[in-house]
Design a protein around this ligand. Structure first.
Ligand code: HEM
Length: 104
């Protein structure tokens, strides 16, 4: 199990650190949340106002995080790419990173 003292915050030559992984996943989840709330706020009755406010909030936080993420990107080394990706991970990777954002 990883604990706070052994966890690598920064990237290493062969692996992304905790902060890069955090940015990666938070920026996968938040835009999807913003998209859902933007699209479906009309279908949630009395929750509409909450959905719209949450939508703006998520969208603005994502925008701010892009700035922090860029700073972190240029202050860190980029780990070497994995040599070979097998078919079972290649398809979801390409699909999720190129097709999903194009839906927004
Ligand atoms: C990750 C960021 C965001 C995503 C993925 C996103 C996505 C969406 C989607 C899918 C819709 C529905 C569009 C439609 O019905 O055709 C929408 C509507 C809207 N979004 Fe966003 N949005 C984001 C950020 C923002 C931000 C930062 C603001 C403003 C502060 C904003 C303001 C609005 C407004 C005003 C609407 C129309 C709401 C209505 O129908 O009354 N969005 N958004």
């Amino acid at each position: 199990m990883v604990n706070a003292t052994t966890m690598n915050l920064s990237n290493k030559k062969n692996a992304y650190g905790f902060v890069s992984k955090f940015f990666h996943w938070i920026m996968a989840v938040m835009p999807i949340g913003a998209w859902l709330m933007g699209n479906f706020h009309g279908d949630v009755g009395s929750w509409k106002r909450t959905f719209i406010i949450a939508h703006y909030t998520l969208g603005i936080i994502v925008f701010i995080l892009v700035g922090f993420r860029l700073v972190w990107r240029f202050k860190n080394i980029t780990p070497k790419p994995v040599k070979k990706t097998n078919g079972s991970t290649l398809f979801p990777t390409v699909f999720l990173h190129f097709f999903t954002p194009s839906c927004f």
